[in-house]
Design a protein around this ligand. Sequence first.
Ligand SMILES: *Cc1c(COP(=O)(O)O)cnc(C)c1O
Length: 373
Amino acid sequence: MSDIFQKDPNTYKLLTPGPLTTSLSVREAMLVDRCTWDDDYKTMTEDIRRRLLKLAHAGDDYGVVLMQGSGTFGVESVLSSVPSKDDCVLVLVNGAYSVRQCEILERYGIAYRRLDFAWDEVPSAEKTAAFLDEHPEVTIVSMVHNETTTGIINDLGAIAAVAKPRGLAFFVDAMSSFGAVDIDVPKLGIDFIVSSANKCIQGVPGFSYIIGRRDAIEASKGNARTVSLDLYDQWRVLEKDAGKWRFTSPTHVVAAFHQALLELEAEGGIAARAARYARTNRRLRAGMAELGFTAYIDEAHQGPIITTFFYPSEDFDFKSLYAFLKAKGYVIYPGKLTDRDTFRLGNIGEIYDEDVERILAIMREYVEAHRAA
Ligand SMILES: *Cc1c(COP(=O)(O)O)cnc(C)c1O
């Protein structure tokens, strides 16, 4: 399946969590120019929506909205379209993407509260419950599932158990987990969940998708603060025209995403993909630990998608490691912590066991060369 490795010496595989390395067949799906209102294209859109619903374990009481733009556009669409002027959103913050949710709410002047946790700590159900008891104005709880900032995987079930009995709506940014971690959306009582084309479904960048409770989408009619990101209106047109998008859609990206969904199914669905990611992530961390690299997130809360490592020494030179790996066909990711020097290794996309062994061998070569120096 690793058919795309280095046909061209200038290409490299991405150890970044989206855009990520896609299969040759996903990229080949983009070689055709498609008409946005042609039936074949609309059928493709509808099939994507149906498949996403199924991956979410959702039935007819949920709907799927595809939204142009990167993942943030999807998150912003929900946050700027769903809350009414009587709502107040509680954002559980333990990384840069939950901070971004606060920035969005702030910008629109939508009422919100934030509850901060350490970035190597999952939001605790007890603290959230205590906060909600003191803040009856909160009507919506919003959180990130896998915080790609650090690689920590937050506990949706624990927070759902606090939010749902209180009758609160529940928003989840599952950008870097949907498709790779099984999420039973109705069972968790999730009202809106967002992900994008270039994460664990393994498509290319260009749109995001929102799976939401149909009655909640309908109830949001008239609440949107923008035209382009109006969730209800986008949904209304997709429904009315059976797969025609409201404005110009990224046709090549949509075709690539459709192919990526077929390949997810061929791999064995979410269970198989979850197993591959978990295995490569575990091996990568174990191999890095042998080379002296310590992970930021402890084993118990480490997600299977991306790992943050501390610099191993004061004089560690990230740029030099980056260049060394890139010359050998792999691109890595800088850290996103403000108080500690870190870098990140993602393992989603077309990354297989043999890649991990190769990456670790290159890392060993680098470490040994620098130890000798
Ligand atoms: C990728 C990602 C996003 C969206 O980022 P974009 O750059 O807009 O695609 C949002 N939340 C999380 C957790 C992510 O990993």
